[in-house]
Design a protein around this ligand. Sequence first.
Ligand SMILES: Nc1ncnc2c1ncn2[C@@H]1O[C@H](COP(=O)(O)OP(=O)(O)OP(=O)(O)O)[C@@H](O)[C@H]1O
Length: 807
Amino acid sequence: MEMQTKDWRQEQERLAGVRNKLQARITELEPEVAGLHDQATDIRKRFWEEVTINTSTYEDFEESFYTINQQSAILAERERGHKLLTQQWKNMNRLLPSPYFGRIDFKEDGQNHSEQIYIGVSSFIEEDGLSFLIYDWRTPIASLYYDYSPGLASYVTPAGRIEGEMELKRQYQIQNGHIRNMFDANETIGDELLQQVLGKGADSQMKSIVATIQKEQNAIIRNDKSHMLIVQGAAGSGKTSAALQRVAYLLYKHRQSIRADQIVLYSPNPMFTSYISTVLPELGEENMQQTTFQEYLDYWLGSSLRSEDPFDQIEYVLTAQGAPGYEARLQGIAYKASEYFLQALQNYGMWLGREGMCFNSIRIRDRNLITAERMRAEFYRYDRSLPLLNRVDLLQDWLLNELASLERLERDAPWVQDELNYLDTEQYAEVFSMLHKDREVFDIAEQFATVREKMNHKRREDEGDFDFSRREEDLLRSRIVKESFIPLRKGVKKYSFIDVKGIYGQLFESEAAYREKTNGAYIPPLWTEICRQTKEMLLRNELFYEDATPYLYVKELIEGVRTNTEIRYVFVDEGQDYSSFQYEYLKKLFPRARMTVLGDFGQAIFMQSTSLAASDSPLVRLFGEAETTLVRLVRSYRSTREIVEFTKRMLPGGEEIAPFEREGPKPLLTTLVGGEMRDAQILADIEALIAEGFDSIAVITKTAAESREAHQSLRIHGAEATRLITKETQDFEKGVMVIPVYLAKGVEFDAVLVYDASPEAYGRENERKLLYTACTRAMHRLHLYATGDWSPFVQALPAHLYEKASY
Ligand SMILES: Nc1ncnc2c1ncn2[C@@H]1O[C@H](COP(=O)(O)OP(=O)(O)OP(=O)(O)O)[C@@H](O)[C@H]1O
């Protein structure tokens, strides 16, 4: 929209005015911020010099205690003040180059003039403490900016809904204190600023979308009602962006009660973690905790068992077709992620309550101290109505008692005698001096003994005496035995007497046994082979990825559930890639947390995927319908209209996906006569893309194996600078890279080159979503290559959606 010059001038003047005030406040705060900092460090340094600890009398002690308390109270007060001021100071500095990005003029019903609301990344209030020069984007009134076009509008405050009329909505691009651009929005004109933002190139770091949050995204960001918020959103619809804005919103809204480390976000891989790590700091907030499910599994499984990671699992699924046992493994993956299996394990828990618990004998020096049989007998003696957990605790107490009495008996065991004989003089000396110390410590007894010695004119027992050496030996024996019982006791406390591996393993003995133990659970057809594979892994102290969560589930069924009550919000990104099992798990792990799950079933490329949106989705059942809100995002912001039109046709049900209006060339399908030709052509295309100014370019392959080959062969053809991305890659950088599709999830590139779009690569139904995921990583350009036929998912697309080339 054309802007009146008068408006421009006024806006420039206001901007200059606000910036002056910001600058003034910064200058004002500067010495205080610096001074406070000095003071605080100063006090901390002198802290222990000023308080002398005097404990000779009780009053002195009280006095010192009081001084310490007082000092630390002053310190805490100063530090609190310091933190607040520093925060303010930082906010002002962040505002200075670009104080705001939006403005609305709002006339509240019943008022006769409208108020100008300028919106920025944090609030800035006049010296008088009353008028807002800038409103934080998270304030209630700022939601008007995101939710409405000019016209009737309303927003919700803690006191109720405020209605009125929005007379103006204006967007600004302000850089280094200058207005670069200004747009007025009305019903017909879309989001100009968004148009501009989306036209730019991909970055190695995700950016905040605070200035252009869309209405449907705003609903996600500000949702504070449900226990479970599920977002099913098309590729590029801003799920991750909205999630991060939501974290910032929650931190603001609940700033009195929630810290950043009480929010945890599950990411698909470490590279993704680095990709999104700058968004919150950019918004002036601290980062939430970030982790992956794998990290958690590894932590709790400890060193006793090694779990495969999800990337090795998917690599197997994608590359091992035709290998013996392949079909069974696939069935196993699906089954072990299902609610059938969850139910089966719950039933198994009941069964274990009646029979079949497995224990590890407690052994000392290749000898059974307490056998598994004894434990089992003891265990099933307890009241059967008690839950498994409580009986395990009873058994634990019993074991600790048993150990105590066995320890006494053990002192006379032959091996202890052997050890005694091998003790060196140093160890003897140590015990000897211990015995003497004993004597000095009990100095009343010592004095008494001395007196008695004098009275009786009799020398008392000493080193040379028989009794003394017996005591010495006793002490040595008990020390030797104690040493070797410490680990046993520790083990019992950590439940290592429970044979979880055996308990999990015995589920996979035979079909009939499984049926019996799980109360007639559903069994997949290739069960016998699934059993064989599972047991083979267990024998090597390994677990398939699909077994890891169920294994922990069984472990906790018996040992009790681990919980973290600190965490208040859990975010799961790429939520379609988690099994119902894993969700069940997260729910238990964080009993006081609300959950936000974001994902796209269209990109469900792992076998254990969960549908997020279906009415019978296990996710909805997790907290129940009443506690769950489901939001769908269908507008795709990442890719140009041409790319979205192309990709959405690959998905059944993809019709509902709507592109944001941004134009570019159609996807290009290049057919080549051979692999050599392909590599040469890909290199030429990369050169051309770089010349066009694109600097984030990804050659996407189906598997890691294919990535390695492609990378190798592209290098041979001259692409030295190309980077190979593997599951170990920690940082996301710009440039040209080769990457397997399952690692490219969640990130985006200026240009995507699908290395091999043949039927061999993407032919089976479960490969459809892989191809879709690969293609939807592209923002501006999409190229596909094939050396023979095209994948059926490409062939099925109408020809007007792409260009063709062949060499
Ligand atoms: N409101 C918005 N304003 C500006 N940019 C946006 C907005 N929403 C989304 N985007 C941009 O669209 C792109 C895709 O966003 P994002 O990665 O959050 O989508 P996603 O739904 O998580 O995608 P995927 O499912 O493919 O991982 C990003 O570049 C993001 O900055």
